[in-house]
Design a protein around this ligand. Structure first.
Ligand SMILES: *Cc1c(COP(=O)(O)O)cnc(C)c1O
Length: 406
């Protein structure tokens, strides 16, 4: 192969057109750059897209999850369950509020929590479960809610909001899954609370950003709940900056010594244009996934299935598993791909393998299934700046490397 055949394929660059740039410039020229009209518009558009009554925009999915736990009154003495196979944010928010992190292993040959073990993990202290819609594919919520219902008698409510549920609350880490669907419902309509990320590498981005939505059919007071997110994300200040700009209306109260994680109108302007383009972005992701599937599955490479009769993911990550290789061999393949100009990644190194979680007492030996998913996993580049020739190049190079490895 000659030098000039080498391509440079990054893993997940942002897809930004002039339209996003123009909208951000407009926001900057408007005289209003922090939370204001564009953020309110973005919230409205997200809620319309997902099919919920309301959405609250924040500066990250992490903030959305943490504030939801705080608003639900989850704290010391409580337990919150999530998957061992996820990014640290799904679990760190539990620690932030002072609750105990409970990690459940994945099911054999699955990227989802082992639902048979999930039932056993629920105790009288369990307040919330955080499923992870990995790679943009919605989890099996029928099973999750069935388990939650079957453990209903264990649930001890600490406040009025928890009493409304009267069972363990399901709050999804949907950092990958904005736009996903399952059984005719959008990601956001199924879990009690759903938290999205608009971080730079996600499939809809605002550079940094996030949002939370909640189900319409629980009987939650939408206006009250929305107000809580606004208070918790802006110092507990009774009037936001926009409300205070009304002449003479300087006076405000601080109702709680709260946090600071609001979205800015610059971010929201960016997001509004991404949302306009989103259906096209999802379509292009699907085309790329189908190209990968067509070429790689016949080689015996396993994938996370994004599309089926009753589900359609947001196509966030192209997750593969190479049968029969160990951790070292996997890492060597990633280095070889890098030398050919192709950036790959691993999603995920299970949490019990990290220092922070080891220090909390977790041991990867107790998470054998998650380790098995991790040791031969390679995530290929998947983003909407990829040309068909780039996808072909990734396929060719990976096929070649695997032939040499076996
Ligand atoms: C990116 C990511 C997050 C964190 O999102 P932020 O918006 O950066 O807070 C959480 N969970 C998963 C699975 C992620 O990939």
């Amino acid at each position: 192969m000659t030098e000039n055949e080498l391509r440079n394929i990054s893993f997940s660059p942002p897809d930004i057109t002039d339209a996003e740039i123009e909208e951000v410039v407009k926001a900057m020229k408007s005289g209003w750059i922090t939370t204001g009209p564009r953020t309110k518009e973005f919230e409205k558009r997200i809620a319309e897209f997902v099919g919920t009554n309301k959405a609250a925009c924040l500066n990250s999915a992490t903030a959305a999850m943490e504030l939801t736990l705080r608003i639900l009154g989850v704290g010391p003495g409580d337990e919150v369950i999530t998957s061992a196979y996820t990014y640290t944010a799904s679990a760190s928010v539990i620690d932030h509020v002072g609750a105990k992190i409970v990690l459940v292993d994945t099911a054999p040959d699955s990227f989802e929590m082992d639902y048979s073990k999930l039932g056993d993990a629920i105790t009288e202290k369990t307040k919330v479960i955080i499923p992870v819609d990995l790679a943009g594919k919605m989890c099996d919520y029928d099973s999750i809610f069935e388990i939650v219902e079957s453990k209903k008698e264990l649930f001890k409510s600490n406040n009025e909001l928890q009493s409304l549920f009267d069972r363990v609350i399901v709050m999804t880490d949907a950092a990958h899954a904005f736009g996903a669907e399952r059984n005719g419902k959008k990601c956001g309509q199924v879990a009690d609370f759903t938290c999205y990320s608009f971080h730079a590498v996600k499939n809809l981005t605002t550079a940094e950003g996030g949002a939370v939505v909640w189900r319409n059919d629980i009987g939650l007071d939408d206006e009250w709940l929305y107000k809580q997110y606004m208070l918790y994300s802006l110092h507990g200040q009774s009037k936001d900056a926009l409300a205070k700009t009304q002449k003479g209306a300087w006076e405000y109260d601080i109702v709680y010594p709260a946090y600071k994680c609001n979205m800015t109108d610059i971010m929201a302007g960016f997001g509004l244009v991404q949302l306009n383009r989103y259906e096209d972005l999802l379509k292009r992701r699907k085309e790329i996934i189908e190209m990968y599937d067509k070429a790689l599955l016949p080689l015996g490479i396993q994938n996370l299935q994004h599309y089926g009769e009753d589900f359609c993911s947001s196509g966030h990550l192209y997750i593969t598993r190479i049968p029969g290789i160990n951790e070292n061999q996997r890492n060597e393949i990633i280095v070889k791909m890098a030398k050919l100009g192709i950036a790959c990644n691993v999603h995920y190194k299970p949490l019990p393998m990290f220092t922070a979680y080891k220090n909390l007492g977790f041991d990867i030996k107790d998470y054998g299934n998650a380790f098995a998913m991790y040791e031969n996993e390679i995530t290929l580049p998947l983003h909407t700046l990829l040309q068909d020739q780039d996808v072909d190049y990734v396929i060719e190079q990976l096929s070649f490397i695997l032939k040499m490895t076996s």
